[in-house]
Design a protein around this ligand. Structure first.
Ligand SMILES: [Cu+2]
Length: 164
């Protein structure tokens, strides 16, 4: 084998390597661009929903109580409470963190609405009777932004990026 043919072969190998490397880099860049596009166009930020609850004030086994006594919602949800006082006496309903303070007329229904924008625990209670069992409102942190995995664009775009 002559020195000339060796150098020609080396140049051919070098050119092929450059083409392959360039192709690999362009593939990586297009994949990055595709992922960035997916993240910017196909992500979902949690938007609060409207949650309706019926809370019944009742007298059971000698105890005034709110049922249910635990309510769990997401931060940002709009909450509608329909509070039914099934007793033949006046009660109160308060959630200090939200400035809610209403009277529950005997055998009547009272509605309360607010946006649950304070993550954590808040107590709801009757401000007229210390022995009236209270309840807890649990407001969880809103879920973080996440890719919309239900979108059919997600897998098809990923597939196309490997063919470019
Ligand atoms: Cu009460």
């Amino acid at each position: 084998m002559s020195g000339k043919s060796v150098s020609v072969a080396a140049i051919v190998v070098a050119l092929i390597s450059l083409v392959v490397a360039g192709y690999a880099v362009s593939m990586l860049q297009s994949t990055d661009a595709t992922l960035a596009q997916i993240e910017s166009t196909q992500s979902v930020t949690y938007v609060g929903t409207t949650e309706n609850f019926t809370i019944v004030n009742e007298y059971v086994d000698g105890v005034h109580q709110f049922v249910p006594s635990t309510i769990i919602v997401h931060e940002g949800d709009t909450i509608n409470f329909k509070i039914k006082n099934t007793e033949n006496m006046l009660h109160g309903f308060a959630i200090d963190a939200y400035g809610i303070h209403v009277f529950l007329q005997p055998n009547n229904t009272t509605t309360v609405s607010f946006v649950a924008n304070k993550p954590g625990l808040s107590t709801f209670y009757c401000f007229l009777h210390p022995d009236h069992l209270h309840g807890e409102l649990v407001v969880t942190y809103a879920p973080p932004t996440y890719p919309n995995l239900n979108s059919t664009i997600y897998p098809s775009t990923m597939h196309q990026s490997t063919q470019n």
